[in-house]
Design a protein around this ligand. Sequence first.
Ligand code: DC
Length: 228
Amino acid sequence: MGIVVAIDGPAGSGKGTITKLVAERLGLINIDTGAMYRCVTLDCLNKNINPDELEKIAEVLKNIDIQLKKEGSNQITLLNGKDVTKEIRTEIVDENVAKYAAIKEVRDKVTPIQQKMGENANIIMEGRDIGTVVFPNADVKIFLECSLEERARRRYKQNIEKGFNTPYEEILKSLIERHKLETERTIAPFVKAEDAILLDSTNLSIEEETEEVIKIIREELNKKGKSI
Ligand code: DC
């Protein structure tokens, strides 16, 4: 087992950006687990399968092939051999993913794949249940917090950069709905692991948040007599 750094945090907490930067600086393999739930969602949406059609979802899961690959410094996501890196970030997937991610069958399929990815590599894995379910024995666990308004503001800015013009109020509403589904689901709810270190990023720049995460990782590994 290599070094495992678990980063859990809500949408818009900067987790994706920070994890990528930390991975580059510390030489860790970066794994975005949300991309996997997004792939399942996209596959179901493309096949017109609703979240309550469990038999059909089971069929999708039987045949699904999700691959996270590195291309330069970016992660690309392949769904059944097709590059869906951009498609899994569209609004329709954003709006629906929390419903599919709450399904037991979906998590039972995806979680072991994630655990396997950490078997022989030094990784930094980001998601919602990494420190609680996927790697409860991770070397370092960080739980990112960020105010709702700041998360909505960041999403709004990101969307503008991507060319989507979603009103701020709509983003706020969608973040509230997703957060409710993610924290209240019965399987692997989004909660802080007891032993995770809390980092509030509301007033931190990307650079400051990255530095802070690196500091925590170094300190925690040091306590365990490990280093990277
Ligand atoms: O981090 P993200 O916004 O790309 O995550 C997409 C969705 O997947 C989100 O609704 C939460 C869910 N998710 C999850 O349930 N467990 C994870 N480990 C990662 C993401």
